[in-house]
Ligand binder design. Structure first.
Ligand code: FAD
Length: 411
């Protein structure tokens, strides 16, 4: 039987993971990917949930060689409340570590597996057009495949990240998140980290930020209401540098640091496509949906969606594609709910509730549960288990009774 031919548009973590798995099985795969990359690629902190996928692709050792070992996550709530979580506390099925990784090298490592497995790299920015309910590659993009797609591919997969080519072409409705923050990020030297290897998530008076340790530098991001950012200047560089200088938390950790790169800006990133598969197309990774940077779920969900679509393509039934769409949509929506509890303050009121109760009889029983299941958010396992999910939901309601979440809300 002739194997299907598949054009994957975009060679980021989603597209390259899918390409690697399909090519290994003998599918005819072309990955359209432009060599021109931005100075910095966002998404440098990985979850333990990524590690099994790296193992499946056979690149964990390579990723380890250029990354920083990440044993946990530390949350800065106030100068007196710096809360470290070790992944080991989750006591789940995932490894108790992950990696903080320079994304250019990381993306290349996955793409190289796809190429080694037999996928063809097409160094071209693919153009698509709509024909009825289908999507077609424009002639110049067919020609760029250099004979690979002498007849049009059976399936076109949109893995273009936030470009969301197919969703835009077909005007697919999206569900947008409530937050309209702007994220600005750059690499700095000499930024202080209190827990070695951890991602640090810092809660500011307005907004929040991250510190991610990378070899020889630290990635610093600030996630702030764009109206508030205007107080710090007009250009992204001015806003980033002035905000950091002025902020109690990041200002003290970065007081002796120098910015090593330009500042990259992201906005309006919380959105989920309401349709992810169609006549001859499918969307994966950010091209299907992205919820929020706070728990570093992006690369994991991108790679996992590549794995899930691979299974649907192998099954080759309409039902399998529909099941992929339903599952990925469901998972993004669940993460959105967990992420909302970070912004509305419930998640860390839950943590505080546990701390308050640990000295009484009931609290001694509940507190380790809170610790375990909060840690599972940082490993990526929280939304996979019915038990963890239910418990988090129950506990975040319960936390409201103990302490108001208002003072932990992200403004
Ligand atoms: C502020 C912020 C912080 C984040 N922090 C983290 C984090 O710490 N950890 C984490 O895991 N995730 C993080 N993410 C999310 C993460 O960056 C993404 O979820 C992840 O990169 C998605 O992978 P992808 O393969 O779907 O898309 P991408 O990584 O965007 O890859 C898509 C690729 O497609 C290419 N492309 C686009 N159009 C075309 C075309 N027409 N032809 C050919 N190629 C094309 C692009 O050049 C790009 O290389 C963050 C996101 C934001 C906004």
């Amino acid at each position: 039987m002739k194997q299907k031919s598949i054009a994957i548009i975009g060679g980021g973590p989603a597209g390259a993971t899918l390409g690697a798995l399909l090519a290994k099985d003998g599918f005819k795969v072309g990955i359209y990917h432009t060599a021109k990359r931005p100075e910095l690629i966002i998404g440098e902190s990985l979850l333990p949930a990524v590690v099994p996928i790296l193992r499946e692709l056979g690149i964990e050792d390579e990723v380890r060689s250029f990354s920083i070992h990440k044993p946990g996550a530390t949350v800065w709530l106030s100068p007196d409340e710096i809360v470290p979580f070790e992944f080991g506390w989750a006591k789940g099925e995932l490894p108790n570590y992950a990696y903080n990784t320079p994304r250019k090298e990381f993306d290349e490592a996955i793409l190289n597996v796809a190429i080694r497995n037999g996928a063809k790299l097409v160094p071209h920015s693919a153009k698509l057009r709509q024909e009825g309910n289908s999507v077609c590659l424009e002639n110049e993009s067919i020609a760029a495949s250099d004979g690979l797609f002498d007849t049009p591919p059976d399936l076109i997969v949109d893995a273009t990240g936030r470009s969301r080519q197919i969703a835009k072409l077909l005007s697919i409705p999206t569900k947008k998140g409530k937050r309209k923050d702007t994220a600005l990020f750059a690499h700095l030297d000499s930024v202080v980290m209190t827990s070695p290897g951890h991602i640090h998530v810092d809660r500011y008076e307005k907004g929040w930020g991250w510190r991610i340790p990378l070899p020889g530098r630290v990635s610093v991001g600030i996630v702030v209401d764009p109206v508030h950012l205007k107080n710090y200047g007009d250009r992204a560089e001015e806003q980033f540098d002035n905000f950091i200088k002025d902020n109690t938390c990041i200002g003290s950790y970065a007081k002796d640091s120098r910015r090593l790169t330009s500042v990259i800006k992201y906005s309006n990133y919380q959105l989920i496509s309401q349709k992810m598969v169609g006549e001859n197309w499918a969307c994966i990774g950010d091209a299907a949906g992205f919820v929020d940077p706070v728990f570093s779920t992006g690369a994991y969900l991108a790679m996992k969606s590549g794995q899930m679509l691979y299974k649907a393509i192998k099954s080759d039934t309409k039902e399998a594609f529909e099941a992929y769409e339903k599952k990925f949509h469901w998972e993004l929506t669940l993460w959105q709910k967990v992420i909302n509890t970070w912004y509305n303050g419930r998640l860390f009121s839950l943590y505080r509730a546990g701390q308050t109760m640990r000295n009484n009889f009931i609290g001694r029983g509940i507190e380790p549960h809170i610790e375990k299941h909060l840690s599972r958010i940082f490993t990526g396992e929280a939304v996979n288990g019915i038990y963890s999910r239910g418990l988090l939901e129950f506990m975040s309601k319960f936390a409201l009774l103990v302490r108001s979440p208002k003072d932990l809300k992200i403004n």
